[in-house]
Design a protein around this ligand. Sequence first.
Ligand SMILES: [Zn+2]
Length: 297
Amino acid sequence: MFRYEDLLKEVETFCRYGAETGVVGESELGERIPYVFVGRKNGYRMIVQASIHAREHLTALVAVCLAKHLLKHPELPIEGGIYFVPMTNPDGVRLCQEGVGFITDKQRKSNLLAINGGSDFTLWKANADGVDLNVNFDARWGEGVQNAYYKSSGNYVGREPFSAAETRALRDFTLRLKPVVTLSYHLKGEEVYWEFGQKGHRRLRDKRYAEAISKYTGYPLVTLNGSVGGYKDWCIERLHIPAYTIEVGNDGFDHPFPYGELSAIVRQNLDLPRRLLNTVVRDRKRLRGTGLDALYE
Ligand SMILES: [Zn+2]
């Protein structure tokens, strides 16, 4: 199992090998949410985030492996830089893997046990406050068909958009970096979500990149109805950039998802971030000054 402490060790290793590392912000319990940067600093940027859902902690290790691949292969051209945020929800991952033992606040501990209905947290998706971070973004917030309006192991939208420390941290990080594209890794289903009401040229553009992702990974494109408030949704609706959710891992397996699938998943996604960023950047450069660059504003 890939734990939060393993991630911190990996981040140190990246640092030793000369990669820039840093902190996106802090979780509800005050833990650092680290990032690892690969590529060129003065170019276009991409964000790859994973494990926003606690029980999908395998995706944190996937993100680390993808970042490592790029670090090991500096000869592969990158048209900019990629910020990998492997574990957006560190508290949730700890809860999922360790239970409430590490929670020091007694009140929080008993609340969490009550919300969860027991001490087995292996299927927990939310943060340490019972908020599902991927429905807490300000993009048709609270209108989802599966949304819950009470604290829960999953699907609770929070008091208001960005009520959770982790979503505020990722929002502010994203606004500061102004990425040209984002990828969110989730588990499971082997599918790609790309749609959130884009119209006209932006719709064609985002679908075209989605088709390229599908071709590379072998995962089909899926249009979700009634799913709102996610990071990808917010990137599309508020930032007008192409943004994708990739559900890795075969649906034939149940949660807790077997780590034995890691190498297959990594293989299917190995060079995806770099290829996607390069494609998006080349399009931007090609359209610069043609009048069509308004497409990207
Ligand atoms: Zn998920």
